[in-house]
Design a protein around this ligand. Structure first.
Ligand SMILES: Cc1cc2nc3c(=O)[nH]c(=O)nc-3n(C[C@H](O)[C@H](O)[C@H](O)COP(=O)(O)O)c2cc1C
Length: 604
């Protein structure tokens, strides 16, 4: 009996001390034992029942709601101030602080759009405030030099430094993990060429001829040019500075699909006029292509080439989007659209509907422009559709002067998230495919291939040219030279540095006279870096660059060069009646054979 009592007492103590730790399941099991069971089990059951009831009551006990706390504290504060004012009348001034907070709380608790604020008046607003400053905190305090996206701090810094002609060298060695899978480098030579003295840079930056043989007015393009960004997505000062930089450096500035504005013409830099599905600047009132308006503008001296936009990497298959907040009266007039309403260009052209139609349109533009080079821009989607265009080229003998391949990693002013994340081929794959398709059709030497998609450094240019590109375009790197801080607000009209906004108060921050020099400096230093790297590899011209020059770590213990990683087709192989054989292995390339089979010059 004594032992049972002691055991029971110690069990009760243990339960009291560890009560919260006994699982509810165990308590319920004990509570179910018959009360009058011998050996103390009946008492255990009784106590377990009591404890279980207590635990249930505790878990169901409700805390005081934040809303009640708000009402209570408002009432207490108001009462204290009133009471205090009896002895110290100036205390009533405290209502200047407390009053608005109480009114804000009343509003918060009655509004219906935000549950957090409705349940936690006033204080719940902190969540929204923290969400607003989250990108800044992330950028300034959380991200590392290499982790920021879309562009890391390391890349942004090198652009700023080159644009400002500040020190752009790095001390102490690389901060990258060169053993990481995917890391790439160019193989240097033991007989490097010093580009500044014995390479082409000693005379002049090498140029790439576009439209030679097919156009009356071919264009000698720089290796690096400004990719399409329209007036509308960018501010007038941004356009002025980009074009001013292009003029200083002798490189080309693509207008984007928004048409040619007076700001594109003011500084006299070379222009590539982009014609999108909205035909802005050359459209009739019902939104179709207007040949007369086109001809008049295309003959402007600054316009050096014409680019038909089929698609763009950041939103392929989706028309252009200009948010209504950016559609000022001036932009509305240039584009021929209503002020303040979203401008959504259609996803496809109405001037043609199949590959042969595209090529006919291209010839029409070439003629209407007085013989200027014409090409098209796209992000690769269905391989058979691109091959359909190639088939049409082979059948008609009409070839574009250039094709711009944009990677799905490319930028935009505004795009649906799914389109940016999950549609279209990234640049490496798209470029390789297009290069191979043209090789396979014996067309590669007739067409210049331009590429864009996160090209920032001289080495990025080298990587793309080793795959098959002739020249490069850059959009966002050029925005950084204008002072872009990657605030990710291009779609909101609130760009804090006046680059991607139409708000005059913000635009005034972008000083054209200094920024145009930064655009020029960045271009010059990047092309210099590109030539320096070529020299280090013992090459004097980009034509000598081969896929074998670039190496990639494909596993912790294996490194392959592009020549081994990627397959290149034998020139003309798609035109032969035999299977598409791979030159090195002799195996059939089923991917190209199947896509070529599906391709038709009559339909996309
Ligand atoms: C603000 C902004 C506006 C753009 N507008 C256009 C456009 O009008 N037409 C077009 O073809 N591409 C447009 N692009 C895409 C760029 O021309 C380019 O293809 C893409 O950003 C990839 O280059 P990047 O990685 O150097 O930025 C735009 C990009 C940005 C960032």
């Amino acid at each position: 009996m004594i032992v049972t009592c002691c055991g029971l007492a110690s069990w009760v103590c243990a339960v009291r001390i560890n009560g919260r730790g006994i699982p509810r399941g165990r308590l319920a099991q004990l509570a179910r034992a018959p009360l009058l069971h011998g050996g103390g089990r009946g008492f255990k059951s009784l106590i377990a029942q009591l404890l279980l009831r207590k635990a249930t009551a505790r878990s169901q006990k409700r805390t005081v709601s934040p809303l009640k706390i708000f009402w209570l504290s408002s009432a207490v504060c108001a009462s204290i101030i009133c009471a205090l004012s009896l002895v110290w009348p100036a205390a009533l001034w405290l209502f200047v602080i407390i009053g608005p907070l109480i009114l804000l709380g009343i509003y918060d608790s009655s509004q219906r759009s935000h549950a957090v604020i409705r349940n936690f008046p006033v204080i719940g607003r902190a969540r929204y405030w923290m969400e607003t400053v989250r990108p800044e905190i992330q950028q300034y305090f959380v991200e590392s030099d290499t982790s920021g996206r879309p562009f890391s701090r390391e890349l942004r810094s090198v652009i700023y430094q080159r644009a400002k002609i500040a020190t752009d060298t790095r001390p102490f060695g690389t901060i990258r993990d060169l053993h990481e899978v995917g890391s790439e480098w160019i193989a240097h030579s033991l007989r490097p060429i010093h580009q500044k003295t014995d390479g082409p840079a000693s005379q002049q930056e090498p140029r790439v001829m576009i439209g030679e043989g097919s156009c009356d007015q071919p264009y000698a393009a720089s290796m690096l040019n400004i990719s399409a960004m329209s007036f509308g997505s960018l501010s007038k000062n941004a356009i002025l500075a980009l074009n001013g930089g292009a003029k200083l450096g002798g490189f080309a500035h693509n207008t984007g699909e928004g048409g040619i504005s007076p700001y594109h013409l003011e500084c006299g830099g070379d222009l590539i006029w982009q014609i999108g599905t909205g035909y802005f600047g050359c459209r009739t009132t019902d939104g179709t292509f207007d040949p007369d308006r086109f001809s008049e503008k295309a003959k402007t001296k600054s316009v050096r080439m014409i680019e038909i936009k089929l698609s763009q990497g950041a939103k392929p298959g989706h028309g252009g989007i200009l948010p209504g907040s950016k559609v000022t009266p001036e932009i509305a007039e240039i584009r021929g659209v209503p002020v303040g309403l979203d401008v959504n260009s259609p996803p496809s052209h109405n001037a043609f509907s199949n590959p042969k139609g595209l090529l006919d349109f291209l010839v029409q533009l070439r003629d209407l422009s007085g013989g200027k080079p014409v090409g098209f821009k796209l992000c690769i989607g269905l391989p058979s559709e691109f091959l359909s265009i190639c088939k049409a080229m082979v059948e008609t003998g009409i070839v574009p002067d250039f094709i711009t391949i944009d990677g799905s990693e490319g930028g935009t002013g505004a795009a649906p998230m799914e389109f940016s994340n999950s549609i279209g081929m990234p640049l490496t794959d798209g470029l390789l495919f297009a290069h191979n398709a043209l090789l396979g059709c014996n067309l590669r030497d007739k067409i210049r291939v331009i590429c864009s998609g996160k090209i920032v450094t001289g080495f990025n240019m080298i990587q793309r040219m080793a795959i098959g590109a002739d020249l490069c375009n850059s959009a966002r790197a050029m925005m950084f030279t204008l002072g872009c801080i990657q605030a990710l607000k291009c779609n909101s009209n609130h760009c804090p540095v006046g680059v991607a906004t139409q708000d005059p108060d913000l635009i005034r921050g972008l000083d054209v006279s200094s920024k145009k020099h930064r655009v020029h400096n960045y271009h010059r230093k990047t092309v210099e870096s590109f030539l320096d790297i070529l020299g280090a590899a013992g090459l004097s011209h980009s034509d000598e660059l081969q896929p074998q020059h670039i190496h990639r770590r494909v596993s912790p213990t294996e490194v392959l060069d592009y020549g081994r990683i990627y397959q290149y087709l034998t020139p003309g192989v798609l035109l032969s009646k035999t299977d598409v054989l791979l030159p090195k292995t002799g195996r059939t390339n089923g991917f190209f054979s199947d896509a070529w089979e599906l391709a038709s010059a009559e339909r996309f």
